[in-house]
Design a protein around this ligand. Structure first.
Ligand code: UDP
Length: 252
């Protein structure tokens, strides 16, 4: 099939026009970046794994009634999604302290939080995605109060789903980031989970050993990133047992 026009190229994905109006093809690259793209590498097989893992999580969310932009996986590296207007926020949910929260508040990494904490960052690479409050979001018109109520509801439902799925395979969901899109159905607009959900955007720790199975392996030079992501895929049954981590083989 002829590829549609390139719409946008980001750090880890390229977006192309989809085959039908209102659809987009998301192509998952092997590029990894961290620290606002100061650290970069190409990680063989990462895009294939993230395409498959994001499909797995988004499909599960759709099935339990949490709306997402995901329509179907097309091939190893591409998935078809609904076109939406991305709200310029990174919505972060934390169950355990880690990363920037630990640094900012001086809480030891791994400390369980009394309840899930939702944070918002303004999506702007040139500013380093700064943390913002609901006051900023309302004052600058990035989202309405109704949107914020819906976003909080979506974020907490994604958290419960992802925490449960991960718990089932012995993995602790420490934190994650999602992005939210607006889709229009005639005169109505509604919010859906957009972008991707993958080990690039979550912190995942093995419950027994504490081994990191997420992008911190790349950020902190802890070993082979593809091995870590393949381990998540293998536990979820997305890759058959015995598949070598260097050669992700997909289960249909
Ligand atoms: N995150 C992300 N993209 C970003 C920033 C954060 O996917 O641009 C994810 C990150 O992988 C982690 C969570 O959001 O799972 C919280 O990240 P944190 O604020 O601790 O930032 P970091 O320490 O990664 O800079």
């Amino acid at each position: 099939m002829a590829r549609g026009k390139k719409i946008y190229e980001g750090k880890a994905k390229i977006l192309f026009e989809g085959p039908e109006p209102g659809t987009i093809v998301q192509y998952f690259k092997d590029d990894a970046t961290a620290f606002n793209a100061e650290k970069k590498d190409v990680i063989d097989g990462k895009g294939v794994l993230n395409n498959r893992l994001s499909e797995y999580f988004m499909t599960g969310l759709n099935q339990i009634g949490v709306p997402t932009h995901f329509l179907k996986r097309m091939n190893m590296r591409e998935q078809l999604v609904r076109a939406c207007e991305i709200i310029p926020l990174e919505v972060i949910v934390r169950n355990f302290a880690a990363g920037s929260m630990s640094t900012r508040l001086g809480i030891e990494e791994g400390t369980q939080l009394p309840r899930p904490i939702v944070e918002y960052c303004f999506k702007d690479d040139s500013l380093g995605d700064p943390l913002v409050t609901e006051e900023h979001i309302a004052a600058f018109g990035w989202a309405s109060q109704q949107d914020m109520d819906d976003i909080l509801g979506l974020a907490l439902r994604v958290n419960d789903f992802m925490s449960g799925v991960m718990y089932g395979v012995g993995i602790r969901l420490v934190d994650f980031k999602i992005e939210i899109g607006r889709v229009y159905d005639g005169d109505f607009q509604r919010l859906v989970v957009a972008d991707e959900i993958s080990p690039d955007s979550c912190r995942l720790w093995d419950m027994e050993t504490g081994r990191k199975l997420d992008k911190d392996v790349f950020r902190r030079d802890l070993g082979n990133l593809t091995d870590a992501y393949a381990e998540v895929a293998r536990r979820l049954g997305v890759m058959p047992k015995g598949t070598g981590p260097q050669k992700p083989t997909l289960v249909n």
